[in-house]
Design a protein around this ligand. Structure first.
Ligand SMILES: *Cc1c(COP(=O)(O)O)cnc(C)c1O
Length: 470
């Protein structure tokens, strides 16, 4: 049993107030521009982790999440939220695991309502927000940027919650049609989408700017559901424990390969390791937006233009959650993080010292695959095993195969989306057009509501002020 004191949260830039879990949930980005992290990592012994074998996904989530939320939720409240969160998944086990042979395993995170792994955290966030807001008698306005999947997952999780207005910014013309329709065909009064004329990074910058405008932020009680929100990361830690336990942990070490964009998903793996799970290797898979791959091999980060690819949820140059890892690598020195990130902002470059790169590369590796390599893998894997991979997951598989260190340890690859979420790319690569599951069969005939806005902060602000309505 976890016996720590009630966990508090600190900002990676060291200047924002120390907060409890409910405040971190509602705050999103810290006031000093940093991201929240637990003040210390909860830790579980090997015996405790072993004792969780055989638990259901929901029971395991309860064990893993408890230490993070204990200052905010009673055991009973946490249990209820978890049960509601995972009641809308089409698989009884929530996260099934498929064998590709050669001790390679696909951790299928895509059985939620919007067919991407984001549902796992977002379906948890919906009832969690509801609980916390009801208890505090508050309303919030959520503003989020999406490269496609976060937006639909947030909208699905929040669409009928009367204490939450939700504004989602997505890059106009740069998300798949399924992704767009999942966002623009939900017509409840509290859901608003903005098709921004720009890239995902522009959307993310606009959201950050809204949060840094403290007057606007306070007036509308802004809150975030991007992966900068710590509560999302906590919910993602569960499936690392889930997969590892199924594959023989904690008695044997496990490697994970993760198709990566904003570094939120893979950071949850890092967190699981800090909590005692024997993860020996974390492989970052990138598309041609390969800033992270270059970072893990050289310690240098240099921004270039965002490339549009067939894995749009990874078309990102600035991976926000990397800040959390940097904070750990620099021994939690908030001033140092402030310094290197403001330099990165100003110059588009960042370089960390060789010893820090070396430390990071003991655990992390990065591998990059362009669209043609990704398509080739989708086609080849379909022929070989009959498994139809979505383009994001295919990058995870390719990265796992290129960087695997120990053939004696299982390699778990996070399958982050259902192939039917990206039907054109998958058909083009494999000749097979994946079908949408039953609950989404009529998606292409649902009425859409699209609001195109210029990449201009004042326009975005006035749109929000006009639409806020509850
Ligand atoms: C969001 C997303 C990713 C990237 O996850 P991060 O947490 O941003 O690294 C990968 N694949 C899919 C399908 C996604 O939706």
């Amino acid at each position: 049993m976890y016996r720590g004191t009630r966990l508090k949260y600190v900002s990676t830039r060291g200047q924002a107030p120390v907060l409890g879990f409910d405040e971190v949930l509602l705050t999103g980005l810290a006031r000093d521009g940093g991201l929240y992290l637990p003040k210390s990592w909860p830790h579980f012994s090997k015996t405790e982790i072993s004792s969780w074998r055989g638990l259901s996904y929901q029971e395991l989530a309860h064990q893993v999440l408890k230490p993070f939320v204990s200052d905010t939720l009673s055991n009973n409240a946490l249990k209820k939220i978890i049960i509601e969160a995972y009641s809308h998944f089409s698989s009884d086990t929530v996260v099934p695991i498929a064998n590709l042979g050669n001790d390679e395993w696909l951790v299928e995170l895509y059985h939620g309502p919007t067919l991407a792994f984001k549902d796992i955290a977002m379906q948890f966030l919906g009832p969690l927000f509801d609980h916390v807001l009801t208890k505090r008698g508050e309303r919030i306005c959520i503003v989020g940027a999406t490269s496609g999947d976060t937006g639909s997952a947030a909208i699905e999780a929040l669409k009928n919650r009367s204490n939450i207005n939700t504004f989602i910014l997505y890059p106009h013309g740069r998300v798949s049609e399924v992704q767009r329709r999942q966002m623009t065909t939900v017509h409840t009064a509290n859901i608003h989408t903005i098709a921004l004329q720009g890239t995902f990074d522009d959307c993310q910058d606009a959201v950050k700017a809204l949060f840094n405008d403290h007057a606007f932020r306070d007036k509308h009680n802004l809150s975030a559901v991007n992966s900068i929100n710590w509560a999302r990361i906590t919910a993602q830690i569960t499936y690392y424990f889930w997969a590892a336990l199924k594959l023989g942990a904690p008695d044997r070490p496990i490697a994970f390969a993760v198709p990566t964009g904003n570094f939120g998903n893979i950071f949850a793996g890092y967190a699981a390791r800090r909590m005692g799970l024997p993860i020996e290797h974390l492989v970052v898979g990138s598309n041609s937006n390969d800033i992270l791959t270059r970072f893990f091999s050289s310690g240098k980060m240099e921004i270039s233009d965002v490339h549009t690819t067939i894995s749009p949820s990874m078309d990102i140059q600035i991976s926000s959650n990397l800040e959390r890892l940097l904070f750990e690598l620099f021994n939690r020195d908030g001033n140092k993080i402030q310094e290197i990130l403001s330099e990165f902002r100003d110059t588009g470059r960042l370089e960390i010292t060789a010893n820090v790169v070396k430390e990071a590369s003991q655990l992390f590796d990065g591998a990059r695959f362009d669209d043609s390599e990704t398509k080739k893998l989708i086609g080849a894997e379909y022929k070989r095993s009959g498994y139809l991979l979505d383009p994001h997951t295919a990058i995870g598989v390719a990265a796992a195969r290129q960087k695997r260190r120990h053939s004696s340890s299982p390699m778990a690859i996070l399958a982050t989306a259902h192939p039917a979420k990206f039907p054109d790319a998958v058909e083009n690569a494999s000749g097979i057009r994946p079908e949408l599951p039953t609950h989404l069969k009529d998606l292409f005939i649902r009425k859409e509501n699209i609001n195109v806005l210029k990449n201009n902060l004042n326009e975005i602000k006035s749109f929000i002020e006009q639409r806020i309505n509850i």
